[in-house]
Ligand binder design. Sequence first.
Ligand code: UT7
Length: 338
Amino acid sequence: MEIAGKTPNPYRAKITAIGGYVPPGILTNHDLEKIVETNDTWITERTGIRERRILEKGLATSDMAVEAARAVLEARGIAPGELHAIIVCTVTPDMFFPATACLVQERLGAAGVWGYDLIAACSGFVYGLTTAAHLVSAGPPKKVLVIGSDTMSRILDYTDRATCILFGDGAGAFLVETAENGSEGFLDFINEVDGSGGQYLKMPGGGSRMPASHESINSKQHFVHQEGQQVFKYAVRKMAEMSNTLLSRNGLRGDDVKLLIPHQANRRIIEATAKALDMPLERVIINIDRFGNTTAATIPLATLDAVESGRLKKGDLVLFAAVGAGYTAGANLWRWQC
Ligand code: UT7
């Protein structure tokens, strides 16, 4: 709907290229059986995960981010210096500062580009997409690279079976740029944070409240701490609620969407969301079995699977939805233009 007397915004955002990277090292459920008191049946039935990737020692989040970024640049056929901004969504930066975006910019040789890190845990990539779409819609024409990259294996306690089985490492990226006049891309978004859930999923140590000390290390404060059932209940409720609100205010139903590409935290959360949206699982991308929860990288990696398997094509309506630590939650609606 256009407001009388206002010129329609000529700058619309579309996604023009995608890429991803997962490290070659595989940690299977059977491998985990040898490390911690767990079993393949429990993990598969309760989460849908069969294996996850682990980044080799000595490498970090920016290394995977650079690989994903290079894949995007190659797919689009542009030079790094043609980018306007780089947003790296991550909760496992190489270090607090400089920002991972700076490290990626330098490694790519993307002269003249600006960027920053975005911390929104598992909703990071959805928030990154929302942000990039609005940078683009501010004009003039530009190209924004959104990267989701997380090395969760570095902040997991491999003696805590409730968390260490869930997460893996990986990176994915989208190029968001100005669409030609009249063409559709970014359609709508809904994002929300609810800090009352912060206590249920966090890494307490290492920040200004609890700087690293012998005590913080001995008491394992630099690892992921999660109350799984609390997060599970919120995720089931919120993924569906966000998605439904976004669809209904655009006059759409689950039926109208070609694909739901949700954050991959637990297969049961994804199935509950699909059910609430009345979407058959054939129209939902699930790859948690191969990668586990890669935090900010799940959505781009799942999208890559969707494109490579021919399930997502130009012109399709696609819904991205995520819930994560914070709590953070959000959904994005796009017309696919790759
Ligand atoms: O991206 C957002 C971040 N995270 C999430 O979205 C995760 C949300 N939460 C979940 O996915 C689930 O809550 C989990 C997968 C983490 C746990 O599943 P659950 O069905 O909620 O299990 P539970 O925590 O209620 O535990 C059930 C039982 C317990 O044993 P008892 O007390 O019934 O004897 C646990 O000790 O399963 C036990 N258990 C395990 N057993 C084998 C917990 N973890 C394991 C394990 N292997 N790895």
